[in-house]
Ligand binder design. Structure first.
Ligand SMILES: C[S@@+](CC[C@H](N)C(=O)[O-])C[C@H]1O[C@@H](n2cnc3c(N)ncnc32)[C@H](O)[C@@H]1O
Length: 269
């Protein structure tokens, strides 16, 4: 548990995950029936990009920094939200900004300090429940009590060797526990072998309405670098590929190394 998201907040991976998250929440908001979101690896809520951690890596400059300077239309809703919230919004802050009165967020975080910050951030908002526990112990988290519509977000730090295997098992268990919910899981792209293995394992699990949306900043050849990342979506909303495609293209145009970037959008179930 060494990972601290503050060093990476607003980087290209956050931009991919959060821009698609805004799109997924938009799909849920299309119907009046309330929905719930379980954010299983929530982090602390918001991040100060002028703070020590963010300034030490400067990763946000190659991510949200570029999008704030020049915002392409498909990313306008996401970037406007970032501007409106001031501090860089983590996933729970993005979700909270798009909750309606009857919608709910359950935000879970394992790390004690991050959890304390998250609880302080959420205090006073009756729509949000904050939990501290292991995301993979889904009991009580998935499905969020009383909801058949909604989203479960998996955003693990991939510190452990077996993280991808645990993630696939958790996706299968979450789908079994809540077959109608949208599941979204972020994954890193360093080199291709582990990405292929993850994609194959998810396909073999025969999870329904699978959409895999990834952004490569450069060819994924150097395993020591985060060369891109992706979001695996189960029970993808109707025609979500059409929402994801321009978002990916806009991210590639702004964030990829010149001419070397690529996107991967695979709707094969
Ligand atoms: C990539 S960060 C989350 C960022 C956040 N989702 C966002 O988009 O703003 C991953 C978080 O998961 C937490 N974490 C690591 N292992 C966990 C586990 N087994 N259960 C719950 N949280 C965990 C870490 O402390 C870290 O805050």
């Amino acid at each position: 548990m060494n990972y601290r998201h503050g060093f990476h907040a607003g980087n290209h991976a956050d931009c991919l995950k959060h821009a698609l998250l805004v799109g997924l929440l938009g799909a849920l908001r299309r119907k009046d029936t309330p929905f719930a979101v379980a954010d299983l690896h929530a982090g602390r809520g918001t991040y100060d990009l002028a703070g020590d951690q963010a300034m030490r890596t400067g990763e946000w400059k190659g991510g949200i920094g570029r999008l704030l300077a020049d915002t392409p239309e498909p990313l306008a809703e996401y970037v406007t939200l970032v501007q409106r919230l001031g501090l860089y919004p983590g996933s729970p802050a993005i979700i909270r900004a798009l909750l309606r009165e009857g919608d709910r967020l359950v935000a879970n975080e394992k790390h004690a300090e991050e959890h304390a910050a998250l609880a302080a951030w959420a205090a006073g908002d009756a729509r949000i429940t904050v939990r501290q526990g292991d995301a993979y112990v889904l009991k009580g988290l998935v499905p969020p009590a009383g909801f058949k519509r909604g989203l479960v977000l998996f955003d693990p730090p991939y510190e452990a060797e077996d993280e991808a295997a645990k993630l696939v098992a958790a996706l299968i268990a979450a789908h079994r526990a809540a077959p109608t919910l949208v599941l979204a899981a972020w994954y890193p792209v360093k080199h291709l072998a582990p990405v292929r293995a993850l994609r194959d394992a998810v396909r073999e699990a025969r999870l329904p309405k699978l959409l895999d949306a990834a952004l490569y900043l450069r060819p994924p050849l150097d395993p020591t670098r985060l060369n891109g990342s992706g979001l695996l979506i189960v029970n993808a909303p109707y025609r979500f590929g059409e929402v994801a495609k321009p978002i990916l293209a806009a991210l590639a145009a702004r964030l990829a190394d010149v001419a070397d970037g690529a996107v991967h959008l695979d709707a094969a179930a």
